[in-house]
Ligand binder design. Structure first.
Ligand code: MG
Length: 174
């Protein structure tokens, strides 16, 4: 059984994941509006992943008989100066999410709540990947800054990214 403190914190995390989804959808739309279709695709996949993260937390609350309370989703920015700026903000945002996940793990640890610790382990690994991929994108876009052909080719490459259902959801669909 979840402590009230962890229940409230996971519930807040559902909202944080949905806010992340909304942020990346906004980046996708801004990229599309500026003609960067590949970047728009990359952020659209990110939008889908964040919705999946929210779903994993909702499924977890349901499975331990804790009610999900949906809260209002705050507004997100709607325009960025450049694609590089989007990825820099993505990295900063993911670092904040990492600290939120670490805080959930710290509560579960203090509660000696081993089921929650196990569920959160997946998210801890996921955050390492999220920060790494944002850093890789920053490097790639820094490398082509001011180079229209390089930007065109990189945008094309990002157009190939496809959404994969995260393993906790793939497992529950079996
Ligand atoms: Mg997330």
């Amino acid at each position: 059984m979840l402590s009230q403190k962890l229940h409230d914190a996971i519930n807040a995390q559902v909202n944080a994941e949905l806010w992340s989804a909304y942020l990346y959808l906004s980046m996708s739309l801004d990229a599309e509006a500026k003609g960067h279709k590949g970047v728009a695709n990359w952020f659209y996949v990110q939008f889908q992943e964040e919705q999946a993260h929210a779903r994993i937390f909702m499924n977890y609350l349901n499975s331990v008989d804790a009610k999900v309370e949906l809260l209002p989703i705050e507004a997100v920015p709607s325009a960025w100066d450049s694609v590089l700026d989007m990825f820099r903000q993505t990295l900063e945002h993911e670092k904040k999410v990492t600290s939120l996940i670490n805080n959930l793990a710290a509560i579960a640890d203090a509660d000696k709540d081993y089921a929650s610790i196990n569920r959160l382990a997946w998210f801890i690994d996921e955050q390492v990947e999220e920060e790494e991929s944002a850093r890789e994108m920053i490097c790639a876009f820094e490398a082509v800054e001011g180079n229209k052909y390089g930007m065109y080719m990189l945008d094309k490459e990002l157009g190939a990214r496809v959404y994969n259902v995260p393993s906790p959801l793939a497992a529950s669909a079996e």
